[in-house]
Design a protein around this ligand. Structure first.
Ligand code: SIN
Length: 325
């Protein structure tokens, strides 16, 4: 067994959810179990290293905010700074897991493993998936081979790269998936089948975000047939520094939105064309009146733009949209 310890940071989610009926996996309160409760449910497997716990939050991840992302990232880096820490596991809700995972991917350098895990069924449900997910996440975080792989997600027997994941289903156990890129390893075998693409990992070192720094407001507007272009002016009036448009098709801006988009840009708002389509990229070529989000989906584009605006790192969004760091 390896020496050292794994730090377990808990934030809540269904993995720590408690409900009244074991047969009902949808009626429960997320984030209602302690770190000790979560570890007790694992029994005492003899292949786990020592675990140190820190309870950061006890929330449903729908209530996660950019301030929470910064707090989690700082806790990760503080834990990894300890010489005896081999890696960090974070329990989280699945609802906004992809956002926290992408944020951590961008601000945490690849190095000691950082592994997020979650569950689709509350801890009190029949066949709860949380204990196995947590056990596998702890095992993966302790693997020397997991070092340098950037931020990882372990769920449902899979090892996934944090930059690849999306939530694809409202209740299925394999809801967290990487439909475009696939898995990078097998969590039950504790093996990797390929290295993740790490061009953008840690490209915004946390130190560039001062203590007390906040991330600027960037909204996502989901543009449906006939949506009002006035939504853009309203976003500007609310103080948004940027707006990601989740547009139809290949980021196609409706003609009725053209003037509102140009006016928002004139007012200093960064307006990005992204797509509401689940797969495929949005052209970053200059022909369109607004820059495209490239390989980034709207949620990823929002975080990339927030970080560019917060740190003043010129060209960061463009590089991430092009798939680089
Ligand atoms: C949450 O995201 O906190 C609730 C849902 C889940 O974890 O699956």
């Amino acid at each position: 067994m390896p020496t050292g310890h794994i730090t377990l940071l808990t934030t809540g989610g269904t993995i720590a959810g408690r409900g009244a009926h074991a047969g009902n996996a949808s009626d429960y309160v997320a984030g209602s179990m302690s770190a000790t409760d979560l570890l007790t449910a694992l029994g005492h497997p003899d292949d786990l290293p020592r675990i140190e716990t820190q309870e950061l939050l006890s929330i449903d991840s729908k209530d996660m905010t950019p301030e929470h992302w910064l707090m989690i990232a700082r806790a990760v880096e503080a834990a990894r700074a300890s010489a005896s820490c081999q890696g960090v596991v974070i329990t989280h809700g699945t609802d906004t897991l992809e956002e926290t995972a992408w944020f951590l991917h961008l601000v945490c350098s690849p190095g000691k493993p950082v592994v997020l895990t979650a569950a689709m069924r509350p801890a009190t449900a029949l066949s709860a998936d949380g204990p196995m997910n947590l056990y596998q996440a702890l095992c993966v975080a302790a693997l020397p081979e997991a070092r340098g792989h950037g931020v990882l997600v372990v769920m449902n027997d899979q090892i996934l790269a944090a930059s690849d994941i999306v939530k694809t289903h409202t209740h299925a156990l394999d809801a967290i998936a990487a439909p475009r890129m696939g898995t990078i390893g097998d969590a039950s075998e504790r093996t990797f089948c390929r290295p993740p693409a790490l061009g953008s990992a840690g490209c915004v070192p946390l130190a560039t975000l001062q203590d007390g720094a906040t991330l600027p407001e960037v909204d996502i507007l989901h543009v449906a047939a006939g949506s009002r272009p006035a939504l853009l002016a309203e976003a500007h009036e609310r103080g948004c520094a940027g707006v990601i448009l989740a547009l139809p098709g290949n980021g196609s801006l409706p003609d009725t939105w053209r003037d509102a988009a140009l006016a928002a840009v004139d007012n200093g708002v960064r307006v990005i064309r992204s797509s509401r389509v689940a797969n495929g990229s949005v052209s970053t070529r200059a022909a369109a009146i607004l820059p495209g989000s490239g390989v980034l989906n709207p949620l990823q584009a929002r975080i990339a733009l927030m970080l560019e605006l917060a740190t003043g790192t010129s060209g960061l969004f463009e590089r991430l949209a092009a798939g680089h760091g």
